[in-house]
Design a protein around this ligand. Structure first.
Ligand code: ATP
Ligand code: MG
Length: 228
């Protein structure tokens, strides 16, 4: 069964129905797959990421997570599902500026009742994975944009999500750091995690198992498979 799928999804923005961000899009993401969503600016990549993560609801069509139609869940159920099963990295990273790096990574511990010691240990592991061990005690407002982006990836992994959605996770990184982050996503996928990444970066997309290409809100190529 797919981890997540969009079936005939359309998303129209604006009260007068002016912008069709997605137009009858169907995609299906299998367990353990690493899929890149590619296409030019404005083609609908972020819109699709938001819909797959239950952060937005389609104008028409269905989003299913683990076979369950998200429209049949209450807001509360959708929030719980997101919190326990889905990690999201958004392009503009919002860290709590007055908290340290590790506190930002462990922030969901405030919601799930784990101890500070556990939170700190888990945050240390994740900061190590994104090569930021030495910044754990730095106040988030002092981090560079690229560092904040890496913290966002660590934070999204905190709850060991089944599905990791990443919207342009490398947009502020140089090629070395970018390769490190996408390489980390690659190794997570190799370990069985399912990853969907929106990117305009061909270099980043080359790490994925396949690409879905969008143009003007429509899927133009569904299955661009990478060379092994
Ligand atoms: N909240 C919104 N209200 C109105 N229009 C929107 C909204 N979100 C997206 N759009 C429009 O929908 C279309 C698709 O936007 P989207 O952000 O999904 O594109 P994208 O492929 O992620 O682009 P980029 O590469 O620039 O991030 C665009 O025309 C955009 O202006
Ligand atoms: Mg976008």
């Amino acid at each position: 069964m797919p981890v997540v799928e969009a079936v005939g999804v359309t998303r129209v923005f604006g009260t007068d129905g002016m912008v069709t961000a997605l137009d009858d899009v169907s995609v299906s993401i299998a367990p353990g797959e690493f899929v890149a969503i590619q296409g030019p600016s404005g083609c609908g990549k972020s819109t699709l990421i938001h819909l797959l993560g239950g952060l937005d609801t389609p104008t028409a069509g269905t989003i299913r997570f683990g076979g369950v139609d998200l429209a049949t869940l209450t807001d509360n159920e959708r929030t719980l599902l997101r919190r326990s099963r889905i990690g999201v990295v958004l392009p503009i990273v919002e860290l709590v500026p007055t908290l340290t790096t590790w506190e930002n990574v462990a922030i969901s511990l405030l919601l799930d009742g784990r101890t500070m010691a556990e939170g700190r240990a888990r945050a240390a592991e994740l900061l190590n994975a994104v090569k930021l061990s030495d910044r754990g005690n730095t106040v988030a407002s002092r981090l560079s944009t690229g560092e904040a982006q890496r913290v966002a990836v660590a934070r999204a992994l905190y709850n060991e999500p089944h599905l990791l959605l990443a919207d342009e996770p490398t947009s502020f990184l140089d090629s070395v750091r970018s390769d490190e982050i996408v390489g980390l996503l690659r190794s997570l996928a190799d370990g069985g995690r399912t990853i969907v990444m929106a990117t305009h970066d061909v270099r980043a997309a080359a790490f994925a198992d396949r690409s879905i290409r969008l143009l003007d809100g429509r899927v133009v190529e569904l299955n661009v498979v990478r060379d092994a």
